[in-house]
Design a protein around this ligand. Sequence first.
Ligand SMILES: [Zn+2]
Ligand SMILES: [Zn+2]
Length: 373
Amino acid sequence: MAKRDYYEVLGVERGASEADLKKAYRRLAMKYHPDRNPGDKAAEESFKEANEAYEVLSDASKRAAYDQYGHAGVDPQMGGGGPGFGGANFSDIFGDVFSDFFGGGRGGRGGAQRGSDLRYTLELDLEEAVRGTTVSIRVPTLVNCKVCDGSGAKKGSAPVTCPTCAGIGQVRMQQGFFSVQQTCPRCHGQGKIISDPCDGCHGEGRVEEFKTLSVKVPPGVDTGDRIRLSGEGEAGAQGGPTGDLYVVINVREHSIFQRDGKNLYCEVPISFTDAALGGELEVPTLDGRVKLKIPEGTQTGKQFRLRGKGVAPVRGGGPGDLLCRVAVETPVNLDRRQRELLEEFRASLEGNTTHSPKASGWFEGMKRFFGDL
Ligand SMILES: [Zn+2]
Ligand SMILES: [Zn+2]
């Protein structure tokens, strides 16, 4: 079975706080605790799953590795120093009573297992996301050892039946009044042990390898979109099928444009004279500059819509619009002549508010507020 996303397991957002994680985990652990669900295998699996997810996400460095590489970043078999069941965080919540019930190896029922899905976060510029691109990525992954062909046993030898569990993969343990079925600690649930391990993979059967993949990013993708590369995840154990690789898009902030779905937004400064007299403005679009006519009397905050200059969404449909918000600039560093002109202009406005559409309304409002009207 594919390993589920840890955030999904706990039912929290990716940006969840430590407190939220703890709360979510505690709720699941209470619900699925084996003590409350005796003999319920599904509950036991859910309990283990939540436990593992919490152990990774509650550790800042493991969480960071997981966010970047997915399961491969924290999988103990990837050398990342991995979760395992029932660790410090577990007893931290429940006390030590239950902490070693689920000790031992991960995921062990023995037999073929599908390899984990992997996640890779791909950072793109806005232009790349809008137009589409092809990028090479390097991902760490587990592949079958070529020396032993994935068996983990040295050439000429073969895995032998585990003497601890007699090949069952599970052992029963008595702890106080609990009798608990546990994954065999010797063979980690595989039922077989390797007496003469392969030198290439130290008996693991799989080795970590970086591989370079070419990812075709279609035009119009946005942050959070996922591209699935089927069969590019981890190799399965014991000849199980390979997992998938999910490339998750993260679009970097742009210096000029903000994106909201298929629309783009930008702010365009204009001089107060252009705003007053009207004029023509050069505004940026993703396809280059275009001219925009500004009518006389344009105010700050006025938005001009350039139809079709937004983004064509990856899921189809026409392109969105570019919305340019005008910001009128106050002139600075005036020389004497300019100052004189403005003094003269100010004098011409004296006692006349018909030139200030906002101000006249504002003064009316203020008078009403103070009861002068
Ligand atoms: Zn090997
Ligand atoms: Zn065993």
